[in-house]
Design a protein around this ligand. Structure first.
Ligand SMILES: Cc1cc2nc3c(=O)[nH]c(=O)nc-3n(C[C@H](O)[C@H](O)[C@H](O)COP(=O)(O)OP(=O)(O)OC[C@H]3O[C@@H](n4cnc5c(N)ncnc54)[C@H](O)[C@@H]3O)c2cc1C
Length: 452
């Protein structure tokens, strides 16, 4: 019997699932649906397209031939409705697709702006390759741009617009850069780089209204009354999972689709993976959202494996274990790596937990900033533009944030991922008896030798 797998989403999660299904089921019919007009591309790569480091063509990593060779039916269309009883998906074109097993891999989209003037030509969000091309086009024409948002995407947008030669203003609601994640010293390092690029930062600044002229953006009025002339406004105030297709259906939802360890939702035969899925996290003992590329790939693989089991009438077997969330990015020429739990605690920074969830940004994980139940301690080290911070909880390093020098990124990733007991090194790590990098290397070497 031939099984029909339907995957809604041609991103990292959807494509990884399709590849896994094809490995396990040579004959099955696999349909991938996308409402974009491109073959698979690296979504994080769009940030490097707008700052001129790579071309759009370079980030498209699967060709028409790839889909043909693997017999993946790529369907360009927009799904509007699901019927979980009949097992069908309706498309905007009027077409209906039947399936035996379904994967929802619809990703997440930028939270739309709410200020007056949001419908004007020149308001940009940054989710897709088409958006990147728009940023370049509009950026080249504009004299000045305003970007609002506190996370990684806002900084990437500001960097990309500046790269087009646009005079760029970056609006920050708080009093420093990325206060949900960075401590004051780390914010200062990024701030120096932003200023070095010639971008003007406005702290405590929020958009009150965008003013237009003949339907186009002409200026931005801030809540403090200040007016900035601009022809482009970039908005990156957070993302939210694309849940439209399952809202109102009997599928358990929280901030995303709640899935079990097999990536299956509360409805048998309906799987979810990637940005749209909320997955159990052993470090925080909660279901969490990861808006991260590697998570989407791993979740997609697990979902694909289990979809084949379920299509065959078997129990799913591949229990997915969420890894410690990891991201490495390049911001204004500074390398940034974030691993595990590093957030600034409520009361210590200027953020509340509720704010954090509504402002989860691209390339970030909720795990990073989930408050600790127990007593965590952190240690910090810096030299020039390089900085290193670790967080230790119950004898384990649970998080690390590196700016600049990345030598310790991999050792730290391993110590965190393997939950290595560092109690014997705790005094060295936390009491500053040795430079922190040396103490970390000592803990890592000791574990590495015992491991091999
Ligand atoms: C600018 C930017 C920078 C980023 N930087 C990083 C980074 O540094 N590190 C990192 O780890 N992650 C980063 N990310 C996040 C990462 O790209 C995502 O976590 C990842 O792409 C999620 O994959 P996904 O498959 O879940 O969703 P997506 O890649 O978003 O794919 C969703 C798919 O669903 C389709 N779709 C949605 N709704 C429908 C519908 N109704 N009908 C048909 N098709 C539909 C879309 O067409 C698309 O094909 C970044 C993202 C952006 C945009």
């Amino acid at each position: 019997m031939t099984h029909h797998y339907l995957i809604i989403g041609n991103g990292a999660a959807g494509l990884s699932a399709a590849e896994m299904i094809r490995q396990r089921d040579r004959l099955g019919r696999i349909t991938i649906l996308t409402n974009e007009s491109h073959y698979f591309y690296s979504r994080p790569g769009i940030a490097y397209v707008i700052n001129g480091q790579v071309s759009a063509e370079q980030i498209i990593s699967r060709s028409e031939q790839f889909y043909r060779e693997h017999r993946l039916d790529l369907c360009f269309g927009h799904a509007t409705e699901l019927d979980l009883v009949r097992r069908t998906a309706s498309l905007r074109s009027g077409e209906t697709l039947h399936y035996d097993v379904l994967l929802l891999a619809t990703g997440a989209s930028a939270t739309p702006p709410r200020f007056p003037g949001r419908e004007l030509d020149g308001i940009l969000t940054f989710d897709t390759l088409d958006d990147a091309q728009k940023v370049i086009r509009y950026g080249r024409r504009a004299k000045a741009a305003v970007v609002a948002g506190g996370g990684i995407t806002a900084m990437e947008l500001a960097e990309g617009l500046r790269h087009q030669g646009t005079q760029t203003h970056l609006l920050q609601r708080g009093q420093r850069i990325w206060p949900r994640l960075l401590d004051e010293r780390e914010s200062a390092i990024i701030e120096a780089q932003i200023r070095h690029e010639g971008i003007q930062i406005h702290y405590g600044a929020e958009i009150d209204e965008v003013l237009g002229k003949k339907g186009k953006v002409a200026a931005v009025r801030l809540k403090n009354g200040q007016e900035l002339k601009a022809q482009v406004v970039g908005v990156a105030i957070g993302v939210r999972p694309n849940l439209e297709l399952v809202k109102g259906l009997p599928v358990k939802l929280d901030q995303g689709v709640l899935v079990d360890e097999f990536m299956q939702s509360s409805v048998p035969g309906l799987f979810a993976a990637g940005d749209v899925a909320q997955v159990y996290d052993r470090w925080t003992d909660r279901h969490q959202l990861d808006i991260l590329w590697p998570s989407a790939i791993n979740e997609g693989r697990a979902a694909g494996y289990n979809m084949v089991d379920v299509a065959r009438g078997e129990r799913p077997r591949y229990a997915y274990q969420k890894g410690s969330p990891f991201n490495a990015a390049l911001l204004f020429g500074v390398h940034l790596t974030v691993i595990g739990r590093v957030g600034i605690q409520p009361g210590r920074g200027d953020v509340t937990e509720v704010e954090e969830i509504t402002h989860l940004s691209r390339g970030a994980s909720q795990v990073w900033t989930t408050p600790f139940q127990s007593n965590y301690r952190s240690a910090w080290d810096s030299s020039g533009p390089n900085s290193l911070r670790i967080v230790v909880d119950e004898g384990r390093i649970v998080g690390a944030l590196l700016l600049g020098n990345q030598e310790l990124a991999d050792p730290l990733r391993q110590l965190i991922e393997h939950e290595v007991n560092v109690r014997p090194f705790e005094t060295l790590l936390l009491n500053g008896q040795q430079p922190l990098p040396k103490a970390i290397m000592k803990a890592w070497r000791d574990w590495h030798e015992s491991w091999n």
